[in-house]
Design a protein around this ligand. Structure first.
Ligand code: EPZ
Length: 419
């Protein structure tokens, strides 16, 4: 079993380059199935979730090759619409749900096991199904498999009851080859929604409005191959920004879209960090003492739920009483017990965490409880007094490329050990 061993107390200094976004590329790879041709994706992160979705698609019949951060996806051969033999692999990740929209869109048929993913709260897919049904599919769930079939898919008006990243992308995937016009209201606006729409449009789809509350899709008869570069990862960038601010460091985070980071930059500035744009980068200079603040997680452009956990670490050592209101996932505070082991003063009441800053976190053995909690544990180790070990590193490897190498190049004392 691998663990990360971190000697805390060293400020991060230097430059780090951000990779393509996990939650974008996990939509882009299944989207490539729709065209039945060859697509090349650039800036693809080297993370376990990408390996996993690639392996599932290869099992279904796609030919996929990787050269550094280029991924060449050939879906000219028949791709199986029946994913039931891969229940375990599909159930091990969330983004496998995009096979539903992609296979339904291409074949008007799909059998896909229910997805898994981080255990951070209730994660139904009712809004995805509502969208598929509205487009004309009959949908049933039997023995853990979502089974869908449609004679034809016909565009229509769909209103999402909740703002959902997954449902927005999935319905877009199913609608690009449908007959007529589909309008989806109350959609998510995250940068990865816009990225998937841009990729589909480059393949010949007609999607307007991605990044606003309403997406309008005029169905087309076929798509064609293209080359596309994945948007930089807003969440990875935010994680390094927080690590820089927490350690009182000075880090230039390159290959970001600064506008995507506005909510995070605003909160870090409130906490006393100095943040400036430098070309395609953001320089973060941490203060000597962090100040407390209040954060409410919201869909984009609000503060991202995926950065709530690392943000909590900063609050544990900030002056005063900070508050987090987690409005997206009701169980995203499971990591709090780990921080308490380090001396953090945190009280949870439903979806609200009240955090009273302490002088220092003290190093001990802690565990990642999910992907972003894993990133938070690493930030905690960087600021703690002494040597922290973080177990369940596999969670971190799902979404962060070369995390410890990057941190080491910034001056952190971190190593991976096999126990
Ligand atoms: C995506 O999950 C991301 N995963 C998550 O990334 C991220 O935390 C989340 O969006 C919010 O930004 C991927 O992109 C693979 P949602 P998703 O549908 O699509 C409710 C990470 O660490 N809802 O936007 O599952 C749901 O319960 C992670 O990278 C319904 O009620 O999130 C939640 O309260 C983990 N019905 C809210 O909507 C539905 O049909 C938002 O969920 C769908 C969602």
């Amino acid at each position: 079993m691998e663990k990360l061993k971190i000697e805390g107390g060293y400020p991060l200094n230097g430059v780090v380059r951000i990779t393509g976004a996990k939650n974008a590329v996990l939509g882009l790879i299944p989207a490539a199935v729709l065209c039945g041709c060859v697509n090349t994706l650039d800036n693809v992160p080297d993370i376990d979730d990408v390996d996993q979705i690639v392996s599932i698609l290869e099992s279904l019949g796609a030919n996929i090759s990787r050269k550094k951060d280029l991924l060449i996806i050939d879906t000219r051969d028949q791709i199986s619409y029946d994913c039931s033999p891969y229940e375990e692999e599909i159930g091990a990740m969330r983004a496998s749900y995009y096979l539903l929209g992609a296979l339904l869109g291409r074949y008007h048929k799909a059998i896909v096991p229910l997805p898994g993913g981080c255990a951070i709260g209730d994660r139904p897919i009712d809004q995805h199904i509502k969208g598929f049904e509205a487009l004309g599919a009959s949908v049933s769930i039997k023995h853990g498999q979502v089974m869908m079939e449609a004679d034809e898919l016909v565009g229509t008006d769909i209103y999402l009851d909740v703002v959902s990243v997954g449902a927005t992308i999935n319905i877009m995937l199913a609608a690009v080859l449908a007959k007529g016009v589909t309008t989806i209201e109350n959609v998510a606006k995250e940068p990865h929604i816009v990225d998937v729409a841009n990729f589909l449009n480059l393949m010949g789809a007609k999607i307007k409005g991605a990044g606003t509350d309403t997406i309008r899709i005029k169905g087309v008869d076929h798509l064609h191959g293209c080359e596309y570069s994945v948007v930089p990862d807003q969440i990875t960038a935010g994680t390094y920004m927080m690590a820089a601010a927490a350690t009182g460091g000075n880090v230039l985070i390159k290959n970001v879209i600064p506008r995507h980071m506005d909510a995070v930059s605003a909160k870090l500035k409130e906490m006393g960090a100095d943040i400036t744009s430098e070309g395609d980068g953001l320089r973060v200079i941490g203060p000597e003492h962090l100040k407390c603040c209040r954060v409410k997680t919201l869909p984009y452009p609000g503060f991202p739920t995926d950065l709530q956990q690392p943000m909590a670490v900063l609050m544990t050592i900030a002056d005063g009483n900070s508050i987090i209101n987690e409005s997206i996932f009701e169980s995203r505070f499971k990591y709090v017990d780990q921080l308490r082991k380090m001396g953090a003063d945190i009280t949870i009441n439903g979806r609200v965490a009240s955090i009273v800053g302490v002088e220092k976190l003290s190093a001990t053995r802690i565990a990642a409880t999910d992907l972003r909690a894993g990133a938070a544990m690493v930030v905690a180790g960087l600021v703690a007094d002494g040597t922290t070990t973080v177990s369940n590193v596999h969670f971190i490897d799902r979404g962060y490329e070369n995390l410890e190498e990057n941190l080491r190049s910034l001056g952190a004392k971190i190593e991976r050990v096999d126990v």
